[in-house]
Design a protein around this ligand. Structure first.
Ligand code: GSH
Length: 385
């Protein structure tokens, strides 16, 4: 495809995305949900994932991006700031505090990128994005990296002009109900389930209910506040999202945490991963290795508290990782990052376990699949050599 055609197709997709967002914003009654789906046991049809659903959009238009001059890696270094697409109200993951600071698991991974690339974890411009705007922000160049509770799927990887990197949180979708209302998903035939629009969550509910031979009505809302309002008003039998989110949202529920129960069934894979724009390998590698630094450090037992002691280690694996001379030379793997970038990430932000404990453990969640591979989990960093 010619450069002009690619540009036109990008503009078309951006216009479609903007129109979808505008129609949602212009809605006179914000609390009125879009009814996404009514499925029943007899229906063989695939769910109709409409407005704002990134996966559905991907079916219609495949975004192809051309790389401009040079890599974002150079642009970010020149700007001395990482523009990180995130959220300001996702408990545990990204919350804007009253004092203006950003606190959460995703926010710390934005900081890890800034520490790796710029040597300063504070050089992040956190950009708050609604769920439905995530990919358009990446495509248009409004953000350098998306770290916002976002599931890596084939259609997003292939159709949204996004390149997904190492998964930093293995999640799965669950169902939250009023305590005592239902014991399992199989009790929920005919239920109304409330979800956030533009998410993988929407389609997964319909798919799972159909698989179980159950009917369901999915109501989609633009953000979690609106879902909570609807739930409190008795308009939803179930509230579905990633289990990490449900656990977090439950802790802040006005009727108290015990008023809500998360059912035992986890019915999807939700690998949450950072994403960058397609076509920029140097930037993708830089972000990827910033994430991997946190994983590798935990495996080596290196924390923000003890990293300076490790500088004196005589273990060549540790020495290479921290940018200390081995046999008279410091390893420069050619990633375009300072040779001490792992040290900067760990000393300023901490290793994966520290980040998890800071933000996810308080939600009552175990490491589970987010444990190191040596502990039976899925976290595994390639060798730094
Ligand atoms: N991981 C899923 C779901 C992400 C998601 O929907 N997160 C919710 C949190 S429950 C959200 O963004 N809600 C809207 C908001 O409040 O921003 C995806 O990538 O689509």
């Amino acid at each position: 495809m010619s450069r002009l055609l690619r540009l036109l197709s990008l503009l078309l997709v951006l216009a479609l995305g903007a129109a979808a967002c505008a129609s949602a914003d212009d809605d006179a009654d914000d609390t009125a949900p879009e009814v996404e789906e009514t499925d029943d046991a007899d229906s063989e049809e695939e769910p109709d994932e409409s407005d704002g659903d990134a996966d559905a959009d991907a079916d219609e238009e495949t975004v192809e991006l051309t790389q401009g001059d040079g890599s974002l890696l150079d642009a970010v270094i020149a700007a001395d700031e990482v523009r990180c697409g995130t959220r300001d109200a996702l408990p545990g993951f990204a919350v804007l505090q009253p004092d203006g600071t950003h606190e959460g698991f995703d926010n710390d991974f934005c900081r890890a990128v800034a520490a790796a690339v710029l040597g300063d974890a504070e050089k992040v411009n956190f950009i708050d994005l609604e769920t439905a705007d995530r990919f358009t922000a990446l495509q248009s160049g409004e953000i350098d990296v998306l770290i916002r509770n976002t599931t890596w799927t084939a259609s997003r990887d292939g159709g949204e002009g996004a390149t997904f990197l190492t998964t930093n949180f293995y999640d799965g979708q669950g169902m939250m109900v009023e305590t005592g209302a239902f014991e399992s998903l199989d009790d929920m035939d005919g239920a109304v389930v409330c979800v956030a629009s533009g998410t993988t969550t929407e389609g997964n509910v319909a798919t799972e209910f159909a698989r179980r031979g159950l009917s369901v009505e999915v109501l989609s809302f633009e953000d979690t506040n609106l879902i909570q309002e609807a739930f409190l008003a008795g308009r939803c039998d179930g509230w579905s999202s990633d289990v990490s989110q449900l656990s977090a949202l439950r802790t802040a529920y006005p009727d108290g945490e015990s008023a809500l129960t998360i059912l035992a069934e986890v019915f999807s894979k939700e690998p949450l991963a950072p994403a960058v724009r397609d076509g920029d390998t140097a930037w993708a590698q830089a972000v990827n290795w910033a994430v991997l630094a946190t994983i590798q450090a935990e495996e080596l037992g290196i924390t923000s508290a003890n990293v300076d002691d490790f500088l004196g280690s005589d273990n060549p694996i540790v020495q290479r990782f921290l940018g200390v001379e081995v046999d008279g030379a410091v390893l420069d793997p050619g990633l375009g990052l300072p040779t001490d970038f792992n040290y900067q990430v760990i000393s300023q932000v901490g290793n994966y376990g520290e980040i998890f404990e800071r933000h996810i453990t308080p939600l009552g969640l175990e490491r589970g699949p987010n444990a190191q591979w040596l502990d039976g989990g899925l976290l595994y960093a390639p060798p730094y050599r």
